[in-house]
Design a protein around this ligand. Structure first.
Ligand code: NAD
Ligand code: MG
Length: 390
Protein backbone atom coordinates (compact mmCIF):
# COMPACT_ATOMS: atom_id res chain seq x y z
CA UNK A 1 0.00 0.00 0.00
CA UNK A 2 1.35 3.43 -0.78
CA UNK A 3 1.28 6.33 1.67
CA UNK A 4 -1.78 7.93 0.08
CA UNK A 5 -3.87 4.79 0.48
CA UNK A 6 -2.87 4.54 4.11
CA UNK A 7 -3.61 8.19 4.89
CA UNK A 8 -6.81 9.10 6.72
CA UNK A 9 -9.38 11.50 5.34
CA UNK A 10 -10.09 14.40 7.66
CA UNK A 11 -13.08 16.74 7.67
CA UNK A 12 -12.44 19.93 9.63
CA UNK A 13 -15.54 21.80 10.77
CA UNK A 14 -14.61 25.35 11.76
CA UNK A 15 -11.32 25.29 9.83
CA UNK A 16 -10.86 29.08 10.05
CA UNK A 17 -10.99 29.16 13.87
CA UNK A 18 -8.40 28.70 16.57
CA UNK A 19 -8.94 24.93 16.79
CA UNK A 20 -9.36 24.55 13.02
CA UNK A 21 -6.12 26.33 12.13
CA UNK A 22 -4.23 24.33 14.77
CA UNK A 23 -5.71 21.13 13.34
CA UNK A 24 -4.27 22.17 9.98
CA UNK A 25 -0.86 22.51 11.65
CA UNK A 26 -1.26 18.90 12.78
CA UNK A 27 -1.98 17.99 9.14
CA UNK A 28 1.14 19.93 8.06
CA UNK A 29 3.20 17.87 10.49
CA UNK A 30 1.80 14.59 9.09
CA UNK A 31 1.25 15.05 5.36
CA UNK A 32 1.60 11.32 4.66
CA UNK A 33 -0.89 10.29 7.29
CA UNK A 34 -3.66 12.86 6.86
CA UNK A 35 -5.42 14.47 3.94
CA UNK A 36 -8.09 17.13 4.30
CA UNK A 37 -11.18 16.07 2.38
CA UNK A 38 -13.74 18.61 3.64
CA UNK A 39 -13.66 21.95 5.46
CA UNK A 40 -16.36 24.30 6.73
CA UNK A 41 -16.48 27.78 8.20
CA UNK A 42 -19.06 30.45 8.89
CA UNK A 43 -18.03 33.44 6.77
CA UNK A 44 -14.26 34.05 6.61
CA UNK A 45 -13.88 33.97 2.81
CA UNK A 46 -10.27 35.14 2.59
CA UNK A 47 -8.90 32.53 4.96
CA UNK A 48 -11.09 29.77 3.55
CA UNK A 49 -9.87 30.54 0.03
CA UNK A 50 -6.28 30.32 1.20
CA UNK A 51 -6.93 27.05 3.05
CA UNK A 52 -8.88 25.51 0.15
CA UNK A 53 -6.10 26.32 -2.33
CA UNK A 54 -3.49 24.87 -0.03
CA UNK A 55 -5.22 21.70 1.22
CA UNK A 56 -7.39 21.03 -1.85
CA UNK A 57 -10.37 19.41 -0.10
CA UNK A 58 -13.05 18.05 -2.42
CA UNK A 59 -15.76 19.81 -0.38
CA UNK A 60 -15.97 23.22 1.24
CA UNK A 61 -18.96 24.54 3.20
CA UNK A 62 -19.62 28.18 4.07
CA UNK A 63 -22.64 28.66 6.33
CA UNK A 64 -23.17 32.25 5.19
CA UNK A 65 -24.74 32.28 1.71
CA UNK A 66 -23.13 35.58 0.80
CA UNK A 67 -19.70 34.25 1.79
CA UNK A 68 -20.32 31.02 -0.15
CA UNK A 69 -21.21 32.96 -3.32
CA UNK A 70 -18.02 34.99 -3.05
CA UNK A 71 -15.91 31.90 -2.35
CA UNK A 72 -17.45 30.06 -5.32
CA UNK A 73 -16.31 32.89 -7.58
CA UNK A 74 -12.83 32.93 -6.09
CA UNK A 75 -12.44 29.14 -6.40
CA UNK A 76 -13.90 28.90 -9.92
CA UNK A 77 -11.93 26.43 -12.02
CA UNK A 78 -10.38 24.59 -9.04
CA UNK A 79 -12.96 21.79 -9.06
CA UNK A 80 -13.68 22.34 -5.35
CA UNK A 81 -17.37 22.09 -4.49
CA UNK A 82 -18.66 24.99 -2.36
CA UNK A 83 -21.88 24.29 -0.44
CA UNK A 84 -23.79 26.63 1.86
CA UNK A 85 -26.40 26.88 4.62
CA UNK A 86 -26.56 24.92 7.87
CA UNK A 87 -26.90 21.69 5.84
CA UNK A 88 -23.35 22.02 4.53
CA UNK A 89 -22.18 21.18 8.06
CA UNK A 90 -24.14 17.92 7.97
CA UNK A 91 -22.79 17.08 4.54
CA UNK A 92 -19.19 17.67 5.65
CA UNK A 93 -19.75 15.70 8.88
CA UNK A 94 -20.98 12.67 6.95
CA UNK A 95 -18.65 13.16 3.97
CA UNK A 96 -17.93 9.71 2.49
CA UNK A 97 -14.17 10.35 2.06
CA UNK A 98 -13.80 11.42 5.72
CA UNK A 99 -12.61 8.87 8.27
CA UNK A 100 -12.25 11.46 11.03
CA UNK A 101 -14.37 14.55 11.65
CA UNK A 102 -12.84 17.28 13.78
CA UNK A 103 -15.62 19.48 15.15
CA UNK A 104 -14.07 22.90 15.90
CA UNK A 105 -17.27 24.92 15.47
CA UNK A 106 -18.09 27.36 18.26
CA UNK A 107 -21.51 27.15 19.91
CA UNK A 108 -24.37 24.70 19.76
CA UNK A 109 -24.50 25.10 15.96
CA UNK A 110 -22.03 22.21 16.33
CA UNK A 111 -24.66 19.79 17.67
CA UNK A 112 -26.34 18.71 14.39
CA UNK A 113 -22.96 17.91 12.72
CA UNK A 114 -21.80 16.09 15.87
CA UNK A 115 -24.86 13.83 15.58
CA UNK A 116 -24.40 13.52 11.80
CA UNK A 117 -20.74 12.44 12.14
CA UNK A 118 -21.60 9.74 14.68
CA UNK A 119 -24.63 8.71 12.62
CA UNK A 120 -22.29 8.17 9.66
CA UNK A 121 -20.00 6.00 11.82
CA UNK A 122 -17.08 8.44 11.83
CA UNK A 123 -14.45 9.03 14.44
CA UNK A 124 -15.46 12.36 15.95
CA UNK A 125 -12.61 14.43 17.40
CA UNK A 126 -14.74 16.78 19.48
CA UNK A 127 -13.59 20.27 20.44
CA UNK A 128 -17.11 21.70 20.24
CA UNK A 129 -18.06 21.19 23.89
CA UNK A 130 -21.35 23.03 23.41
CA UNK A 131 -22.73 20.09 21.43
CA UNK A 132 -22.11 17.79 24.40
CA UNK A 133 -23.67 20.30 26.80
CA UNK A 134 -26.73 21.08 24.69
CA UNK A 135 -27.37 17.54 23.51
CA UNK A 136 -25.42 15.12 25.73
CA UNK A 137 -28.25 12.57 25.93
CA UNK A 138 -28.65 12.62 22.15
CA UNK A 139 -24.90 12.34 21.54
CA UNK A 140 -24.72 9.28 23.82
CA UNK A 141 -27.68 7.74 22.03
CA UNK A 142 -26.01 8.35 18.64
CA UNK A 143 -22.77 6.82 19.97
CA UNK A 144 -24.57 3.65 21.03
CA UNK A 145 -25.46 2.97 17.41
CA UNK A 146 -22.11 3.83 15.86
CA UNK A 147 -19.11 6.06 15.51
CA UNK A 148 -16.43 6.89 18.03
CA UNK A 149 -15.92 10.04 20.10
CA UNK A 150 -12.51 11.24 21.27
CA UNK A 151 -12.42 14.53 23.20
CA UNK A 152 -10.15 17.36 22.05
CA UNK A 153 -10.83 19.73 24.95
CA UNK A 154 -7.51 19.60 26.83
CA UNK A 155 -9.07 18.61 30.19
CA UNK A 156 -11.11 15.78 28.72
CA UNK A 157 -8.22 14.69 26.54
CA UNK A 158 -6.21 14.47 29.78
CA UNK A 159 -8.89 12.42 31.56
CA UNK A 160 -9.20 10.16 28.51
CA UNK A 161 -5.43 9.66 28.66
CA UNK A 162 -5.50 8.93 32.44
CA UNK A 163 -8.26 6.35 31.96
CA UNK A 164 -6.30 4.44 29.35
CA UNK A 165 -6.31 0.80 30.46
CA UNK A 166 -8.23 1.64 33.66
CA UNK A 167 -11.59 0.36 34.84
CA UNK A 168 -14.05 3.27 35.11
CA UNK A 169 -15.51 1.46 38.16
CA UNK A 170 -12.28 2.20 40.06
CA UNK A 171 -12.61 5.95 39.55
CA UNK A 172 -13.50 7.98 42.62
CA UNK A 173 -13.34 11.49 41.18
CA UNK A 174 -12.57 13.28 37.97
CA UNK A 175 -10.64 16.44 38.78
CA UNK A 176 -10.73 19.15 36.12
CA UNK A 177 -8.12 21.87 36.36
CA UNK A 178 -9.01 25.51 35.71
CA UNK A 179 -6.51 28.26 34.99
CA UNK A 180 -8.95 30.64 36.67
CA UNK A 181 -8.76 32.96 33.66
CA UNK A 182 -7.62 36.57 33.75
CA UNK A 183 -9.62 37.41 36.87
CA UNK A 184 -8.41 34.69 39.23
CA UNK A 185 -8.29 36.13 42.77
CA UNK A 186 -10.56 39.12 42.05
CA UNK A 187 -13.73 39.90 44.00
CA UNK A 188 -17.19 40.76 42.68
CA UNK A 189 -16.75 44.50 43.18
CA UNK A 190 -13.62 44.45 41.00
CA UNK A 191 -15.32 42.34 38.36
CA UNK A 192 -18.19 44.83 37.93
CA UNK A 193 -15.68 47.21 36.33
CA UNK A 194 -13.71 44.96 33.96
CA UNK A 195 -13.67 45.73 30.22
CA UNK A 196 -13.98 43.54 27.13
CA UNK A 197 -10.22 43.78 26.56
CA UNK A 198 -9.50 42.78 30.18
CA UNK A 199 -11.72 39.73 29.75
CA UNK A 200 -10.11 38.76 26.43
CA UNK A 201 -6.58 38.75 27.93
CA UNK A 202 -6.28 35.06 28.88
CA UNK A 203 -3.11 34.33 30.86
CA UNK A 204 -2.19 30.91 29.41
CA UNK A 205 -4.22 30.04 26.28
CA UNK A 206 -4.80 31.85 22.97
CA UNK A 207 -8.31 30.88 21.80
CA UNK A 208 -11.42 32.15 20.03
CA UNK A 209 -13.28 35.08 21.62
CA UNK A 210 -16.29 33.18 22.96
CA UNK A 211 -14.31 30.52 24.86
CA UNK A 212 -11.96 33.22 26.15
CA UNK A 213 -14.90 35.04 27.76
CA UNK A 214 -16.23 31.69 29.02
CA UNK A 215 -12.84 31.16 30.66
CA UNK A 216 -13.02 34.56 32.35
CA UNK A 217 -16.49 33.85 33.82
CA UNK A 218 -15.57 30.20 34.57
CA UNK A 219 -18.59 29.12 32.51
CA UNK A 220 -16.03 27.32 30.37
CA UNK A 221 -15.28 25.09 33.35
CA UNK A 222 -19.00 24.69 33.98
CA UNK A 223 -19.55 23.54 30.40
CA UNK A 224 -16.59 21.19 30.83
CA UNK A 225 -18.10 19.66 33.99
CA UNK A 226 -21.23 18.82 32.00
CA UNK A 227 -19.09 17.59 29.08
CA UNK A 228 -17.15 15.32 31.49
CA UNK A 229 -20.37 13.94 32.98
CA UNK A 230 -21.59 12.78 29.57
CA UNK A 231 -18.20 11.66 28.23
CA UNK A 232 -17.15 9.56 31.20
CA UNK A 233 -20.50 8.70 32.80
CA UNK A 234 -19.47 10.01 36.23
CA UNK A 235 -22.11 11.70 38.45
CA UNK A 236 -21.75 15.43 39.13
CA UNK A 237 -20.82 15.02 42.81
CA UNK A 238 -17.72 13.13 41.67
CA UNK A 239 -16.56 15.75 39.18
CA UNK A 240 -14.38 18.31 40.97
CA UNK A 241 -12.70 21.48 39.81
CA UNK A 242 -9.38 22.75 41.13
CA UNK A 243 -7.66 26.02 40.25
CA UNK A 244 -4.27 25.60 38.59
CA UNK A 245 -3.05 28.90 37.13
CA UNK A 246 -0.13 27.47 35.09
CA UNK A 247 -2.30 25.21 32.83
CA UNK A 248 0.35 22.48 32.83
CA UNK A 249 -1.61 19.74 34.62
CA UNK A 250 -4.50 19.40 32.18
CA UNK A 251 -6.71 17.33 34.53
CA UNK A 252 -6.56 14.33 36.84
CA UNK A 253 -8.34 11.14 37.78
CA UNK A 254 -8.51 10.09 41.43
CA UNK A 255 -8.92 6.36 41.95
CA UNK A 256 -10.58 4.49 44.82
CA UNK A 257 -7.25 3.77 46.50
CA UNK A 258 -6.51 7.52 46.68
CA UNK A 259 -3.93 7.57 43.94
CA UNK A 260 -4.09 10.33 41.35
CA UNK A 261 -3.12 10.17 37.69
CA UNK A 262 -2.54 13.38 35.79
CA UNK A 263 -1.56 14.42 32.29
CA UNK A 264 0.95 17.25 31.96
CA UNK A 265 2.36 19.32 29.14
CA UNK A 266 2.98 22.95 28.39
CA UNK A 267 -0.30 24.40 27.06
CA UNK A 268 -0.60 23.62 23.33
CA UNK A 269 -3.90 22.51 21.80
CA UNK A 270 -2.10 20.77 18.95
CA UNK A 271 -1.26 17.95 21.38
CA UNK A 272 -4.86 16.98 22.26
CA UNK A 273 -5.92 17.56 18.63
CA UNK A 274 -3.18 15.22 17.35
CA UNK A 275 -3.95 12.67 20.06
CA UNK A 276 -7.67 12.59 19.19
CA UNK A 277 -6.77 12.04 15.54
CA UNK A 278 -4.01 9.46 16.06
CA UNK A 279 -5.51 7.58 19.02
CA UNK A 280 -4.59 4.93 20.13
CA UNK A 281 -1.25 5.78 18.56
CA UNK A 282 0.81 8.78 19.61
CA UNK A 283 2.35 10.61 16.75
CA UNK A 284 5.61 12.43 17.19
CA UNK A 285 7.69 14.39 17.08
CA UNK A 286 6.15 16.67 19.72
CA UNK A 287 5.21 20.23 18.88
CA UNK A 288 6.68 21.37 22.17
CA UNK A 289 8.61 19.56 24.88
CA UNK A 290 7.83 20.20 28.53
CA UNK A 291 10.96 21.11 30.44
CA UNK A 292 9.93 20.51 34.04
CA UNK A 293 12.98 22.19 35.54
CA UNK A 294 12.25 25.45 33.74
CA UNK A 295 8.54 25.45 34.64
CA UNK A 296 9.14 26.41 38.24
CA UNK A 297 6.30 25.95 40.70
CA UNK A 298 2.99 24.37 39.87
CA UNK A 299 0.25 25.55 42.20
CA UNK A 300 -3.29 24.46 43.01
CA UNK A 301 -6.07 26.22 44.85
CA UNK A 302 -9.80 26.18 45.41
CA UNK A 303 -12.29 27.96 43.20
CA UNK A 304 -14.11 30.95 44.65
CA UNK A 305 -17.62 29.97 43.59
CA UNK A 306 -19.16 32.95 45.45
CA UNK A 307 -17.37 35.20 42.96
CA UNK A 308 -17.55 32.99 39.87
CA UNK A 309 -21.16 31.86 40.05
CA UNK A 310 -21.34 30.56 36.49
CA UNK A 311 -19.64 27.34 37.60
CA UNK A 312 -22.39 26.70 40.17
CA UNK A 313 -25.08 27.52 37.62
CA UNK A 314 -23.61 24.88 35.32
CA UNK A 315 -23.57 22.24 38.09
CA UNK A 316 -27.18 23.13 38.86
CA UNK A 317 -28.28 22.80 35.23
CA UNK A 318 -26.27 19.60 34.86
CA UNK A 319 -27.89 18.00 37.92
CA UNK A 320 -31.32 19.02 36.72
CA UNK A 321 -30.50 17.34 33.39
CA UNK A 322 -32.92 17.04 30.48
CA UNK A 323 -33.03 20.30 28.56
CA UNK A 324 -31.58 22.47 31.37
CA UNK A 325 -27.97 22.28 30.09
CA UNK A 326 -29.16 23.31 26.60
CA UNK A 327 -30.93 26.30 28.16
CA UNK A 328 -27.84 27.21 30.20
CA UNK A 329 -25.65 27.00 27.11
CA UNK A 330 -27.97 29.02 24.86
CA UNK A 331 -28.38 31.72 27.54
CA UNK A 332 -24.60 31.82 27.87
CA UNK A 333 -24.12 32.18 24.10
CA UNK A 334 -26.54 35.12 24.02
CA UNK A 335 -25.08 36.87 27.06
CA UNK A 336 -21.45 36.45 25.94
CA UNK A 337 -22.36 37.90 22.53
CA UNK A 338 -24.11 40.83 24.28
CA UNK A 339 -21.04 41.41 26.45
CA UNK A 340 -18.69 41.28 23.43
CA UNK A 341 -20.96 43.75 21.62
CA UNK A 342 -20.63 46.12 24.57
CA UNK A 343 -24.34 45.89 25.45
CA UNK A 344 -24.00 44.42 28.96
CA UNK A 345 -21.32 44.37 31.65
CA UNK A 346 -19.20 41.38 32.62
CA UNK A 347 -21.22 40.56 35.75
CA UNK A 348 -24.47 40.76 33.79
CA UNK A 349 -23.44 37.56 31.98
CA UNK A 350 -24.22 35.39 35.01
CA UNK A 351 -27.33 37.40 35.87
CA UNK A 352 -28.78 36.83 32.41
CA UNK A 353 -28.03 33.10 32.59
CA UNK A 354 -29.48 32.70 36.08
CA UNK A 355 -32.57 34.66 35.15
CA UNK A 356 -33.11 32.48 32.09
CA UNK A 357 -32.58 29.22 33.99
CA UNK A 358 -34.97 30.35 36.74
CA UNK A 359 -37.76 30.79 34.22
CA UNK A 360 -37.30 27.37 32.63
CA UNK A 361 -39.72 24.49 33.27
CA UNK A 362 -37.72 21.20 33.44
CA UNK A 363 -38.24 18.86 30.51
CA UNK A 364 -36.59 15.86 28.91
CA UNK A 365 -34.41 16.00 25.78
CA UNK A 366 -35.93 13.37 23.51
CA UNK A 367 -34.89 14.74 20.14
CA UNK A 368 -32.83 17.37 18.38
CA UNK A 369 -36.06 19.29 17.78
CA UNK A 370 -36.70 19.36 21.57
CA UNK A 371 -33.20 20.79 22.12
CA UNK A 372 -33.62 23.39 19.39
CA UNK A 373 -37.01 24.49 20.73
CA UNK A 374 -35.58 24.87 24.24
CA UNK A 375 -32.65 26.84 22.83
CA UNK A 376 -34.97 29.15 20.93
CA UNK A 377 -36.95 29.79 24.10
CA UNK A 378 -33.73 30.37 26.09
CA UNK A 379 -32.30 32.76 23.50
CA UNK A 380 -35.44 34.88 23.55
CA UNK A 381 -35.55 34.87 27.37
CA UNK A 382 -31.83 35.71 27.58
CA UNK A 383 -32.15 38.52 25.03
CA UNK A 384 -34.92 40.02 27.09
CA UNK A 385 -32.91 39.68 30.31
CA UNK A 386 -29.88 41.21 28.57
CA UNK A 387 -32.01 44.09 27.31
CA UNK A 388 -33.18 44.76 30.87
CA UNK A 389 -29.61 44.55 32.17
CA UNK A 390 -28.30 46.98 29.51
P1 NAD B 1 -13.18 30.26 16.95
O1 NAD B 1 -14.17 31.34 17.15
O2 NAD B 1 -11.74 30.63 16.85
O3 NAD B 1 -13.56 29.43 15.64
C1 NAD B 1 -14.87 28.95 15.43
C2 NAD B 1 -15.03 28.31 14.06
O4 NAD B 1 -16.40 27.93 13.91
C3 NAD B 1 -14.70 29.24 12.89
O5 NAD B 1 -14.12 28.48 11.86
C4 NAD B 1 -16.07 29.76 12.45
O6 NAD B 1 -16.13 30.06 11.07
C5 NAD B 1 -16.96 28.58 12.76
N1 NAD B 1 -18.34 28.98 13.11
C6 NAD B 1 -18.71 30.01 13.90
N2 NAD B 1 -20.06 30.08 14.00
C7 NAD B 1 -20.53 29.05 13.26
C8 NAD B 1 -21.84 28.59 12.95
N3 NAD B 1 -22.94 29.19 13.44
N4 NAD B 1 -21.96 27.52 12.15
C9 NAD B 1 -20.87 26.91 11.65
N5 NAD B 1 -19.62 27.30 11.89
C10 NAD B 1 -19.45 28.37 12.68
O7 NAD B 1 -13.42 29.21 18.15
P2 NAD B 1 -12.35 28.22 18.79
O8 NAD B 1 -11.63 28.88 19.89
O9 NAD B 1 -11.59 27.51 17.72
O10 NAD B 1 -13.31 27.18 19.50
C11 NAD B 1 -14.01 26.18 18.77
C12 NAD B 1 -14.62 25.17 19.74
O11 NAD B 1 -13.55 24.47 20.40
C13 NAD B 1 -15.45 25.79 20.85
O12 NAD B 1 -16.50 24.92 21.19
C14 NAD B 1 -14.49 25.88 22.02
O13 NAD B 1 -15.15 25.86 23.27
C15 NAD B 1 -13.66 24.61 21.81
N6 NAD B 1 -12.31 24.65 22.38
C16 NAD B 1 -11.42 25.58 21.93
C17 NAD B 1 -10.12 25.64 22.45
C18 NAD B 1 -9.10 26.59 21.91
O14 NAD B 1 -7.94 26.54 22.33
N7 NAD B 1 -9.44 27.49 21.00
C19 NAD B 1 -9.77 24.73 23.48
C20 NAD B 1 -10.71 23.80 23.92
C21 NAD B 1 -11.98 23.77 23.36
MG1 MG C 1 -10.76 23.09 28.10
Amino acid sequence: MNAREESRGLAILGSTGSIGTQALEVVDAHPDRLRVVAMTAHSNVALMEEQARRYKPAFVGMVSEKAAAELRERLAGTGIEVATGADCLLEAAAYPLADIVLNGIVGSAGLPPTLAALGAGKRLALANKESMVAGGDLVLEALRSGGELIPVDSEHGAVFHCLRGEDIGEVENIVLTASGGPFYGRNRGELEKVTIDDALAHPTWSMGRKITIDSATLMNKGLEVIEAHFLFGVPYERIKVVAHPQSVVHSLVEFRDGSLSAQLSVPDMRLPIALAISWPQRWGPPFKRTDLASLGDLSFGSIDTDTFRCLELAYKAGREGGLAPAVLNAANEVSVAAFLAGRIGFMDIERVIENTLDGFEPARANSLADVQRAEEWARAAARQAAGEAA
